[in-house]
Write a protein that binds this ligand. Sequence first.
Ligand code: SAM
Length: 279
Amino acid sequence: MTKKWFYEKNSPSTVYGYEITPVHEENTEFQHLQIVDNDHFGRMLILDNVVQTTEKEEFIYHEMMSHLPIMALDHPVQSVLIIGGGDGGILEECLKHQSLQRITMVDIDKRVIELSKEMLFFTEAFDDPRFELIIGDGAGYVDSPEAQDRKFDVIIVDSPDPIGPAKVLFETPFYQSIKNCLNPDGIMVRQAGVPVFQAPELKEAVERVSHCFPKVEVYRGVVPVYGGDMAFVIASANGRSCRDPRATFTGDYYNKAFHSAAFALPTWWYELTGLSMDE
Ligand code: SAM
């Protein structure tokens, strides 16, 4: 198939460009979905014209969203809930923890899962016996008595940007429901964009999560296709800091020393969020 250029707008006046070979394209019930190949990043998933994951550097984002909260728990993880995450990258990383007994994913769009399984790079993870899939709205799920009775050690919000069906995953009631679904010592994490392009997203996420959780922190990782220095908001239900890992786990990006180091923020992020530099 002929190559062409795909441009993702990362602000009203800037774009990232990729030379792509289209592999698949469709309008699902919820979003416009593309699977493409790029010589540098390999296979890529694009939703509503925003790159979601790439074969060559997916591990950075997925490791920081899974191993860090799991190792911040003060006991071996047993249960994880992923909201969104339909590509399977977070799922694959979480499954590397032997203590994990149950991992539930709630994604609104079954086509993302079907096509990821068929055409992306985490196929085996979807067949793990510990995995349970629920197709539905993540906000509705965490608000349900069923989810709140089950309780989870870690809840990972792997949502796209706050557009389309993902908007509800950025609202205060959603974070309150997440807290109600956590064990008393549980931890939640969400991606909060790349502040150099999306500063209000980080500020708002810290404010809203702080309404519901006694301890909210921010850490960072560098994810090239999302625009660079990315922010993650992490919160514990019991007020404990997530800064120190319980034990050693070594991925391709994440490691024990990097865990604590990731909590050192640029000065302007402290100013933006109101978090204290001295804690
Ligand atoms: N890492 C990605 C990023 O930030 O670019 C997110 C990847 S993952 C593919 C995002 C998933 O969230 C998609 O599969 C999408 O279908 C799902 N999603 C969007 N809105 C949702 C909602 N309200 N409830 C559950 N899943 C949702």
